[in-house]
Design a protein around this ligand. Structure first.
Ligand SMILES: [Zn+2]
Length: 336
């Protein structure tokens, strides 16, 4: 029944213009269905092809747009990175210049240290100067500043990567060398300071002060006629006349070795200054320090008097060098 319906023929009449004969087209229902199916398939295929094409075009445009955005971002990054590189190059250039300036100052400090060493050790004036380190030489011109004022020019030659690497190596070498030199310099400064401190200490321990206010020497060092017996004797110190209870001060920094009293020396003090140097103060009215005390140069140690074998108020001042009395006159500053 169903197949029979499909086999039934249909007749299509096509009527052209009125004066032409009528065309008849006879086909089965099945053929008609097949034809219609074919048309539908063709239309469907066309729609599919168009859809694929449309989708492809759309996605291409989207990709292009995304690519463009990405490219723009990369260009911005590149510009930013180029600026950073330029900034780093300038900073490296400034660092190189600073290294040269620091080197100049280090050289000045070396000269200063050498002069100081000569001053602190006059006998070793021929000591060799600190050698100037093998300086990494370079020519650094800041034409950016000087150019406007002095007139400079020439074609621009951008700095290559190799040149920047070379500049970086040079700056690094300069700073490494400077670090080493400054460490050596620091060592030399410490040595110089120790030498100066030692010299200063030695100077403070050298009897270089008048022990009295008075500068009147009534009896010098050497042979003289004894004031009591009038016979020739040897005077081992100097006698400085003064008023009773005038201050008597330590001629140098040291330690109190003796505070004593006897019928010859009267009330007396012996100070030890190290290096075999001692000073002796006799005929005091009284001592104001105790044995073992540390005394500074110029510190009050006693009061002038006339105790012991003395004809009147005076100080017998004596300097002993390695146990032997020596003339104090060369040690005393000239009276003003
Ligand atoms: Zn005397």
């Amino acid at each position: 029944m169903r197949f029979k319906w499909l086999q039934n023929k249909l007749t299509f009449v096509i009527i052209p213009e009125a004066n032409k004969s009528v065309m008849r087209l006879r086909m089965s229902r099945a053929a008609l269905c097949a034809a219609m199916l074919a048309v539908l398939l063709v239309l469907g295929a066309a729609a599919y092809v168009y859809s694929v094409h449309f989708h492809t075009v759309l996605s291409t445009k989207l990709r292009e747009s995304a690519l463009q955005t990405h490219t723009n971002r990369l260009e911005q990054d590149l510009t930013s990175k180029n600026k950073t590189i330029e900034q780093l190059q300038n900073e490296l250039f400034q660092l190189s210049k600073q290294a040269a300036e620091v080197r100049r100052k280090v050289e000045e400090m070396k000269k200063l240290e050498h002069e100081l060493k000569k001053l602190s050790s006059p006998g070793s004036a021929d000591s060799p100067e600190l050698p100037a380190a093998a300086a990494v030489t370079t020519t650094l011109n800041d034409s950016h500043e000087a150019g406007a004022a002095l007139g400079m020019g020439g074609p621009p030659h951008p700095v290559t990567e190799q040149q920047m690497k070379a500049l970086s190596r040079m700056a690094h070498a300069n700073y490494t060398s400077l670090q080493k030199e400054m460490t050596e310099l620091e060592h030399h400064w410490v040595q110089s300071r120790q030498t100066i401190m030692k010299k200063r200490e030695q100077a403070l321990r050298r009897p270089g002060l008048w022990p009295t206010l008075s500068r009147t020497v009534t009896s010098p060092f050497g042979y003289r006629k004894d004031p009591f017996t009038n016979k020739l004797s040897f005077h081992r110190g100097i006698d400085i006349a003064g008023k009773m209870n005038d201050p008597v001060v330590a001629a140098a920094k040291g330690t109190v070795l003796t505070v004593g009293s006897d019928k010859f020396h009267g009330n007396h003090i012996i100070l030890d200054h190290g290096n075999g140097l001692r000073t002796w103060y006799m005929h005091l009215n009284e001592a104001v320090i105790r044995q073992g005390e540390h005394v500074e140069r110029g510190q009050l140690i006693g009061k002038l008097g006339t105790s012991g074998r003395s004809t009147g108020p005076h100080l017998h001042y004596e300097i002993l060098l390695k146990g032997k009395s020596t003339n104090p006159a060369p040690y005393l500053p000239k009276p003003e």
